[in-house]
Design a protein around this ligand. Sequence first.
Ligand SMILES: C[S@@+](CC[C@H](N)C(=O)[O-])C[C@H]1O[C@@H](n2cnc3c(N)ncnc32)[C@H](O)[C@@H]1O
Length: 281
Amino acid sequence: MTFWDFFFQGECSAVMADQVEGESIDLVVTSPPYGEVFDNSDHYCNEYDFAAVAEQLWRVLKPGGQVCWNEQDKEGSGDSSGLSFEHCLAFKAIGFKLVKVIIYSKFAQPRRGDVRLYQTSHEYVFELAKGFPATVHQIEDRPNRTYGRPADSHTHRNKNNKKQQQWCKPPKEFGARGTVWVYDTSGGASYEWCDKELLNDFPAPMPEKLAGDLILSFSNPEEVVLDPFGGAGTTAKMARKYNRHFVYIDLLPDNLRIAKQRVAKYHNKLPLTNEVKPSAT
Ligand SMILES: C[S@@+](CC[C@H](N)C(=O)[O-])C[C@H]1O[C@@H](n2cnc3c(N)ncnc32)[C@H](O)[C@@H]1O
């Protein structure tokens, strides 16, 4: 039995094992700890067992369900951890398909790290599926350079080897985006202004637009989106905003407090259920 629209406090692989029914989740949007050390230990913890988490994610996902795993490598001077790649290949080893590697590119960010080296301005989102992905709604926001030109035609030979003119549809204003997704992450641009105070204490929120775009792309309304490393509740909030159900898990009680407040304003979008989900089988 899985509780929808529910905040669980605890170690995520144990909570999933105890509380989340097999094949009950449509989509996972999550960002694990990156190995960074933040001094605010009330809000951040780096300890987790990757193998145990990955095994649970495989178990709880429906066939065709997907995991969007957002990770950035911890960087030393001239040598990055490479942990994101290890995780990606480990997911493949247990059976996940690596559907796409989405680059989450940061339009603006403060300069960090060794100034002699290029500034890292992206993170990965590994799109991993249990089988072929059940849902992909491609976001169409790439401006078409040919938009506005009159309808075009081309000539080809038909099966009788006669030349034939064929008219093409006029180009649409926007086409589907590719796998580089660009977001403004400068102060305040990645979350709603009303959440600013709440996020003061939390070191690593995901941009709301990124979580929202992943949810819109890879799930349908009323489906269930899980975040096992729920943090300040960005995935849960965007799930509610877009009429999906959520399952939130985090180790630290203070993060649950922040997450519940951020999600609260979207409660009326979809009735909060906390109902027991019927068995998927
Ligand atoms: C990068 S943050 C997630 C941020 C989140 N995506 C957001 O937008 O707020 C990682 C979170 O994982 C939590 N965490 C670390 N280890 C955990 C574990 N084993 N089980 C559950 N949560 C854990 C941390 O407390 C932290 O809140």
